[in-house]
Design a protein around this ligand. Structure first.
Ligand code: 9WO
Length: 248
């Protein structure tokens, strides 16, 4: 997958490929990340890309033309694919980004991520160029860059071959719409607290069942609304009933 990020802070966004899954994905050739600075598309001799809002008010707005020119070049650079790459704008006004969005975007051949600064973009460039407006949650940052980096990280680990077979994303608790099960490592006793017996039993079928039950139970405890969106099979419903019963 090719990702082009349009940003006034390219050196910030490029940091995302210095560590973790995005770094591995780049190393394997599964991900290519490029940045593009709207300032390089400004026709102003001071390289300005912002101006005061019509109607007045505080702050500045990013002008349409340098952004549109950067998007056009980004699409060209991604090239290849028969269909033009999707353009994503990161903003608090967007649809909530979640694991399903990460999965959907990871199937694209190319993506253009648009990062706003100041009070945001001229609305007309949004209407003309943006396919999806996505939000990480109900909070305001100083710009879209950190959100773009989060989206890149979430996508990178889903690209084919980036996670090894044994811990593939298909095994993620979240791929089933559930929270993760609890994890334990040495020592076997820490501050008088032990490790659940089953994890020391060596019975791998039993361990897998316990983990599935914990994933269901932790979701019920911490994020019950996630269960409303799921069609649990009878076995899972039985595991959850048992978890709830042992907690009363
Ligand atoms: C700034 C501002 C200042 C005074 C009054 C209102 C204001 N709104 C904003 C604002 O929304 N600025 C945004 C900064 C413009 C677009 C890029 N910025 C941004 C993106 N902040 N937070 C995000 C973001 C992106 C994805 N998920 C969560 C937050």
């Amino acid at each position: 997958m090719k990702i082009e990020v349009i940003t006034l802070f390219p050196e910030l966004v490029e940091q995302v490929t210095r560590h973790g899954m995005p770094r591995i994905a780049v190393g394997q050739g599964q991900l290519a990340l490029s940045t593009r600075n709207p300032r390089d598309y400004s026709t102003n001799k001071w390289r300005r890309v912002d101006a005061r809002p019509y109607g007045g008010g505080p702050g500045m707005v990013m002008e349409a033309e340098p952004l549109a020119a950067a998007v056009a070049d980004a699409k060209q650079a991604i090239g290849a694919a028969k269909v033009a790459p999707k353009v994503v704008y990161l903003s608090p006004q967007g649809s909530r980004f979640d694991q399903r969005w990460a999965e959907r975007l990871s199937a694209e051949q190319g993506l253009v991520l648009l990062c706003g600064r100041y009070e945001g973009l001229d609305e007309r460039v949004l209407a003309a160029e943006v396919d999806f407006e996505l939000s990480l949650g109900d909070f305001v940052l100083s710009g879209g860059e950190l959100a773009a980096m989060v989206v890149i990280d979430a996508i990178a680990r889903l690209l084919p071959g980036v996670l090894g077979d044994e811990q593939s994303a298909v095994n993620d608790s979240f791929s089933a719409g559930l929270l993760d099960h609890p994890h334990y490592t040495r020592p076997e006793v820490w501050r008088d607290a032990g490790v659940p017996e089953v994890l020391l039993s060596g019975d791998h079928a039993k361990i897998a069942r316990w983990r599935r039950q914990q994933a269901l139970g932790q979701t019920w405890l911490k994020r019950p609304e996630l269960l409303d969106g799921l069609e649990l099979d009878e076995d899972s419903r039985a595991l959850l009933r048992e978890f709830i019963a042992t907690r009363r």
